[in-house]
Design a protein around this ligand. Structure first.
Ligand code: KG4
Ligand code: ZN
Length: 570
């Protein structure tokens, strides 16, 4: 979460609605719960998945092609839209499969420097838009973050997030187009995040994309949020972080770290809602080597920041990282999670508890901790000082005591970060070995080639310690580390636009929605855009789980999970 772009206006709206939120206890619980998506996902019972074969007949001829945009394609000519394959979940935003006239003899869309795609991201608390060309030039980008809105609640409140997206979306898209100097009718397509995320937030972006596409006759490209995080590493000209001499000061927007990751690569995706290690063989071709058994790392950063009473208006992760710089990472011996489990899964719940106990022992419970927790419906785990209190300390403390407490907090932050990142390091080292083993055994339909690099992406990948540590792991394995620049690690429009380019090139898009699809039901609140039925995928796995991954990953608990994302050969 970053500085607020439309802050004052949205904050006022938030104030006006505060009473309503007090009445709805579940909303408050939502605010306190892990920022993620757990809250949103539970609230998303109404969201529907179109299912793998909702729209088109089963795939024909697409099963044999090797993965990857540049690889040799299957020889398929689609005679008409009705001949189109079923492309799995995520489709149904447009009227029908891409018209045959757009496709080449291989059933793909020729994409190049003149292809211009607008990407729209609204899955959580950032409204992002960007315009990117088919050869990876970013022509314009715009972002409105909601950090300040949610900071007072200690987490993302879905209703407030939706309101903020609704008030920002037109402006953000207009700013991205203006920066790119491109008018909407000149676009080649619009890409939009369809899931995973908070469905009431996803809907805002999808409705905007559908409207634009309908109005200007543009194809629409559905995008998986985590695929977009991974693929943004492929935007650029081939320079890698290892080559660019990245230092600990690299937390600036250093475009030097930009790199292009050829398939197959290993991706460590670390965000607020996800912790995953995936082997990426091609677009839509992902094997999940490990996932989060409980909290994701971004969530653990956010919760720890709140427990330490930091001002989380600019995001818990960046606040904790800044505090950790002043601390001693060896001052506290927090347990490195899951050392006995020889797999690639992640767990941060135990570390979070150890940190909470250390805080209570050495700093005491915040005076109003329980009252605060009750008022906001926080669970035991979430008790802490008010996020909006910032670093305020009890004025009755002596100068020495204040200094001691400050040093303790910095030491706890640094020690938490050391254990947390060590866990990433250990799991990634094993995942490199697993990925290499998989690729060595991978002979069908033909060898996939050697692992090319390690990609680290998602919000936590903007952390300098994470970047430096994973750089060391990669180079120890003789692999380049590819890091998107920090501003493309947290949620943004560029990653969606670029994932849109990659999927559009494979023909994984649809023709503009029909008038019927963009019409708004009239019964209740006819003016409200969000009333329209749109097929969203709030719970959508990125790929299938590797056979060596034994852990029951949190997100596989319920039946509302959509089938995994697919590429052309899925
Ligand atoms: O990818 P992202 O923007 O949104 C999700 O998809 O969840 O990731 C946001 C997460 C938040 O939990 C935030 O605290 C964390 O990434 N984050 C960081 C840093 N910057 C953002 N965590 C640690 N250090 C950072 N510098
Ligand atoms: Zn994200």
């Amino acid at each position: 979460m970053r500085a607020l772009a439309t802050g004052p206006r949205v904050a006022l709206a938030a104030d006006a609605r505060r009473d309503a939120h007090h009445r709805v206890a579940r909303e408050v619980a939502a605010a306190a719960a892990p920022r993620r998506h757990v809250v949103g996902a539970r609230r998303d019972a109404h969201a529907r998945s179109p299912g793998p074969s909702a729209r088109w007949p089963p795939p024909r001829g697409f099963a044999t092609g090797p993965p990857g945009v540049a690889s040799a394609p299957p020889a398929v000519v689609r005679a008409s839209a009705s001949d189109a394959p079923d492309r799995g979940p995520g489709f149904g935003l447009g009227s029908r499969a891409l018209d045959a006239s757009r496709l080449d003899a291989r059933g793909r869309v020729p994409v190049g420097a003149r292809t211009v795609i607008l990407g729209i991201e609204t899955s959580c608390d950032d409204t992002g838009a960007a315009v990117v060309t088919g050869d990876g030039r970013v022509l314009g980008e715009a972002l409105a973050s909601q950090g300040e809105i949610h900071a007072r609640w200690g987490g993302v409140v879905p209703n407030l997030a939706r309101e903020a997206h609704e008030s920002a979306i037109d402006d953000v898209v207009a700013r991205a187009l203006a920066a790119a100097n491109v008018s909407p009718e000149k676009l080649s397509a619009v890409a939009v995040t369809v899931g995973p995320g908070l469905s009431m937030c996803l809907r805002v972006g999808v409705v905007k994309a559908q409207d634009l596409c309908h109005q200007h006759g543009l194809p629409i490209v559905p995008v998986h949020h985590m695929e977009a995080h991974a693929l943004v590493a492929r935007v650029g000209d081939g320079e890698t972080a290892n080559e660019s001499n990245e230092s600990n000061e690299s937390n600036d927007d250093d475009d030097d770290a930009l790199g292009r990751a050829p398939f197959p690569f290993l991706a460590l995706l670390v965000s607020g809602g996800h912790n995953q290690l995936i082997l990426a063989r091609g677009v839509g071709e992902y094997r999940v080597l490990g996932g989060a058994l409980d909290d994701a790392l971004g969530e653990a950063y956010d919760k720890t920041a709140r427990l330490l009473g930091l001002d989380v208006g600019g995001g818990g992760g960046p606040a904790l990282e800044a505090l950790a710089r002043r601390g001693d990472p060896k001052a506290y011996r927090f347990p490195v999670p899951l050392r006995r489990r020889k797999d690639c899964d992640f767990s941060y719940a135990g570390l979070k508890t150890a940190v909470r106990l250390a805080i209570e022992r050495d700093l005491g419970k915040p005076a109003d901790g329980d009252a605060f927790a009750r008022a906001r419906g926080l669970s035991d785990d979430d008790k802490g000082s008010s996020a909006s209190e910032g670093d305020a300390e009890d004025p009755s403390f002596s100068a020495e005591e204040t200094a001691r407490r400050d040093a303790v907090r910095a030491d706890i932050a640094a020690s938490f970060q050391a254990a947390a990142v060590k866990h990433l390091e250990e799991r990634t080292r094993r995942a490199i070995a697993w990925a290499r083993e998989s690729l060595a055994n991978d002979t069908k339909p033909e060898p996939s080639g050697n692992l090319s690099c390690v990609v680290v992406a998602g919000g936590v990948a903007s952390n300098a310690t994470v970047r430096a540590t994973l750089g060391a792991v990669a180079s120890e394995a003789g692999l380049p580390l590819v890091l998107p620049p920090p501003r493309w690690c947290t949620d943004n429009g560029v990653m969606v636009a670029w994932a849109g380019v990659e999927r559009f090139a494979l023909g994984l898009a649809e023709e503009a929605p029909s008038a019927e699809q963009v019409s708004t039901p009239t019964e209740e609140e006819p003016s409200r855009k969000t009333r329209r039925e749109v097929p969203l995928l709030p719970r959508w796995p990125l790929g299938t789980k590797d056979a060596r991954a034994t852990g029951e990953v949190k997100s596989s608990k319920t039946a509302r999970i959509a089938p995994p994302l697919r590429g052309v050969s899925g």
